[in-house]
Design a protein around this ligand. Structure first.
Ligand code: PLP
Length: 375
């Protein structure tokens, strides 16, 4: 059966060069990085070289990168620590954040009675910057936690604006950059960001590895206790092959980002034209001109009784796509993100989130469109 993978915001296929690099590390660099002998030191060297390369590709310092098991852990580490160690009393976030941030903050609010405020979302999915500028003014130490690219609808945060607002008001700024790292050549030294996170499997690297960026000078506390790995912030033997794989994946992604981006932009435009022609009445979520190239979310002009079965029908035809975040793709309930911005009567209709990678083709789009016609 033909297989079409259009769920790249959930995870991406791994680059062959990354598999090669990881296999080589697994085969040859097997020492424990904390061991003092030569074989252990080789492993430590590999980690530190990867740290330097990753930092260089992001415009930050190697010492500011802490390796973790992924972005969920990195977000938890930062949010927990900001409150428990840095004394943050107020957090401003939005209702369209990933659950790795939202659920963590909700639990922290319950346990530690922090003030949790939500900046409102405009109908196009952008945050209300004017409201944020007002909310952030406070005597209490405040953390702003907003994602850069929304994983369900692809809206892009104005990093410059938000980092500036935070800087002017002495607020800390945490940004969930999972969906943007590897997609753009960032220079994070240009922005006043205190914390951001990455996850290798979103940019053709391995699953189970990511990192937290913690600005130099900020001292956080561990949430996993044990050894002194990662400056004592993340105990446990480092996953050397995963870290090396993440480094390779980022290097390839950054190097080729322009070609990849141009290819994906043409796929996105092609899909929009096809939907407009063949499914008049399709509602695009957000402004497709300004949402990120790799993610598009739309409501099909189908009867709501098709909603529970659409993904299954597409799956039967070999099409992997989702309605929103991977964690909720089995649910018929509208996603928490769409629930914030889509009108009630449209919310019950079937929507799809299509997310591209460089491996997608125009034929993939044709196949999706033809299959949608038959369901
Ligand atoms: N944040 C965002 C925006 C995501 O899209 C994801 C993954 O779906 C995560 C956090 C969690 O990342 P990980 O799979 O590395 O835990």
């Amino acid at each position: 059966m033909k297989l079409v993978y259009l769920d790249n915001a959930a995870t991406t296929p791994i680059y062959p060069e990354v598999i090669q690099e990881m296999t080589s590390v697994l085969t040859n660099i097997y020492g424990n990085p904390s061991a003092t002998h030569q074989i252990g030191r080789n492993a430590k060297d590999k980690i530190e070289t990867s740290r330097k390369n990753i930092a260089k590709n992001l415009g930050v310092l190697a010492q500011e990168i802490i390796f973790t098991s992924g972005a969920t852990e990195a977000n938890n580490l930062i949010l927990n620590s900001c409150i428990k160690k840095l004394g943050v009393k107020r957090v401003i976030t939005s209702k369209i954040e990933h659950h790795a941030v939202l659920h963590t903050l909700e639990i922290l609010q319950k346990e530690l009675q922090i003030e949790l405020l939500f900046v409102s979302i405009l109908p196009n999915g952008d945050i209300n910057y004017t409201e944020l500028s007002n909310l952030v003014i406070s005597e209490k130490l405040t953390l702003v936690s907003l994602m850069q690219i929304n994983n369900e609808i692809g809206t892009i945060l104005n990093l410059e604006k938000v980092s500036q607002i935070c800087k002017e008001n002495n607020a800390l700024f945490h940004c969930d950059t999972v969906q943007s790292i590897g997609k753009f050549p960032f220079d994070f030294s240009l922005y006043a960001i205190d914390f951001f996170v990455g996850s290798a499997h979103k940019f053709h690297g391995p699953k189970g590895v990511g990192f937290a960026y913690i600005k130099k000078g900020i001292v956080l506390q561990a949430q996993i206790f044990g050894g002194e790995q990662e400056k004592g912030l993340r105990a446990g033997t480092e996953s050397v092959h995963n870290i090396a794989g993440m480094d390779k994946a980022l290097e390839i992604s950054v190097l080729n980002h322009l070609d990849i981006k141009n290819h994906i932009i043409s796929l996105k435009k092609y899909l929009i034209t096809k939907l407009e022609t063949d499914f008049a009445g399709t509602i695009f979520i957000g402004n497709t001109e300004t949402t990120t190239h790799s993610i598009i979310n739309f409501i099909l002009p189908f009867h709501e009784n098709k909603t529970p079965f659409l993904l299954f029908q597409l799956d039967l035809k070999g099409i992997a796509v989702s309605r929103g975040s991977a964690c909720q793709s089995g649910s018929v309930k509208p996603s928490h993100v769409l629930a914030e911005i889509v009108e009630e009567n449209n919310l019950k209709k079937p929507n799809l989130r299509v997310s591209f990678s460089q491996f997608n083709t125009f034929t993939d789009i044709d196949y999706l469109i033809e299959t949608l016609k038959s369901v």
